[in-house]
Design a protein around this ligand. Structure first.
Ligand code: DLL
Length: 431
């Protein structure tokens, strides 16, 4: 039987039903972790907590946090809760600092993951029978295969392009006429440049929907992509430690107003990033996630480092999270002022003559932090135009972020383009 919409809208329909599912699954996850994961057996044993102590959802606060360092310390398999012959797939995060971390999936986990990404694509406007161009990187990164299995589970035709070879991306979009694209927003901008370089009108492409994530992106970038390609863009969120893409997704109907967390599979909390104290819904802090259905790698109260806040559900009883503005470890402290790269991106978006391609250089001379924003002009202009853009951006950054930055306007298409997640910051200050 062909799947209908209810297949991809199979969440509990009211709060009571949702909480009942969450509690049963939380108890089962704690029991599974405490019994079968060497790491959690030790950690929960040390503090004397067992599944029997979880009598309500509030009891989650009795569980210890899990951090990236725990995954590193138990590398590669010390947190796994199934024997190795039950592990059907491994993924890894490259880890900008040293040691990679490895995550694993049973066949059941892969099926759940595919189903949740199918929910995402459906919420984003995708329907069975559509063609999906998948330009997330295939390989150890969870983006490519995660999106692929989701699109297949929804009943779409997947075009597994992966990242890179930008000329060919344009060719394939033009020839194969996909309805929906899945790609990082920064690489979508590189594809847009290539459309223009080839003299192909992006707005005339077949694309109608885009599912963008894996990195922060501003409202300005969303407008840029939607307008240029005449498509509807939504945000997909996820992380490999919890599963990969598909932990949360924006619905087309309220795009721009937060992503729904699939709360029947992941229990969210917000904590103060400095103290770990729980914060009420509505307050901004660090997102903490507990898996509720994972078999190979159950994970309790994982500190994501992503900063957001929780909001009531809209289309569903599940809560939404505000767009991730930043990771706590991306914060630049410039002469004592806290600045996130996306805040600078927002100011660039307010200058009509500037393109959303930029690099932030942070240096230190004579013990003073210096910030230089290199940003591309949209069209080749003259000296007077560049001086005007420079003055405008310097003033916007000063007025809105409280930081004095140098601005250097560089020619269009001169900065490096990402093929996956963009690297926006070059911080060469001594540690
Ligand atoms: O980036 C999974 C993914 C793939 C998500 C494709 C969406 C689409 P990791 O490589 O483990 O997994 O990186 C996870 O990326 O903690 C966030 O800091 C960031 N991130 C992911 N999605 C978003 C988003 C994948 N929509 C880390 N907005 C997370 C902002 C995001 N940041």
């Amino acid at each position: 039987m062909a799947p209908d919409a209810s297949t991809f809208q199979d969440w509990p329909k009211d709060h009571a039903a949702l909480e009942a599912v969450q509690l049963a699954r939380l108890q089962e996850t704690v029991r599974h972790a405490a019994t079968n994961s060497p790491f959690y057996r030790r950690r929960l044993g040390e503090i004397g907590i067992s599944a029997d102590d979880i009598r309500s959802l509030a009891d989650i606060a009795r569980l210890p946090f899990t951090t990236k360092a725990d995954l590193r310390d138990t590398y590669p398999f010390g947190m796994f809760a199934v024997p190795s012959e039950k592990v059907a797939r491994l993924h890894a995060s490259s880890g900008t600092t040293g040691q990679p971390t490895v995550v694993g999936y049973t066949t059941g986990d892969i099926a759940t993951w595919g189903h949740l990404v199918a929910r995402c694509i459906h919420a984003a406007g995708g329907r069975p029978g559509m063609r999906v161009h998948n330009a997330y990187g295939y390989g150890l990164f969870t983006g490519g295969l995660g999106a692929h299995y989701g699109a297949e589970a929804l009943g779409c035709t997947v075009i597994p392009v992966s990242g890179g070879q930008t000329e060919r991306q344009v060719r394939l979009i033009t020839d194969l006429k996909p309805d929906l694209i899945m790609v990082t927003p920064s690489y979508m901008l590189a594809i847009l440049d290539e459309f223009r370089r080839q003299g192909v009108d992006p707005a005339a492409s077949s694309l109608r929907y885009g599912v963008f994530g894996a990195e922060p992106w501003s409202a300005g970038m969303r407008r840029e992509i939607e307008k240029a390609f005449a498509l509807r863009a939504t945000d997909i969120y996820g992380l490999s430690e919890i599963m990969g893409p598909g932990v949360a997704q924006e619905f087309l109907a309220d795009a721009g107003e937060g992503s729904t967390i699939w709360e029947d599979h992941f229990l969210p909390e917000i904590v103060d990033p400095a103290t770990g104290a729980r914060l009420p819904d509505g307050e901004t802090g660090e997102l903490v996630l507990t898996s509720l259905t994972k078999e190979a790698l159950p994970i309790l109260r994982y500190r994501t480092r992503d900063l957001t806040r929780l909001m009531p559900g809209a289309a569903t009883p599940m809560r939404r999270m505000a767009k991730i503005a930043a990771r706590s470890d991306d914060m630049l402290i410039i002469r004592g002022v806290n600045v996130f790269p996306t805040q600078i991106e927002e100011q660039i978006g307010r200058c009509s003559g500037l393109a959303p391609h930029y690099l932030i250089h942070v240096t230190r001379t004579d013990r003073l932090d210096e910030v230089t924003i290199q940003v591309e002009e949209r069209e080749p202009g003259d000296e007077a135009g560049r001086a005007h853009h420079t003055r405008t951006l310097v003033a916007l950054v000063k007025d809105n972020l409280g930081v004095s930055a140098r601005v250097e306007i560089v020619p269009a298409r001169s900065l490096p383009r990402s093929e996956g997640k963009a690297q926006r910051v070059r911080d060469t200050r001594p540690r």
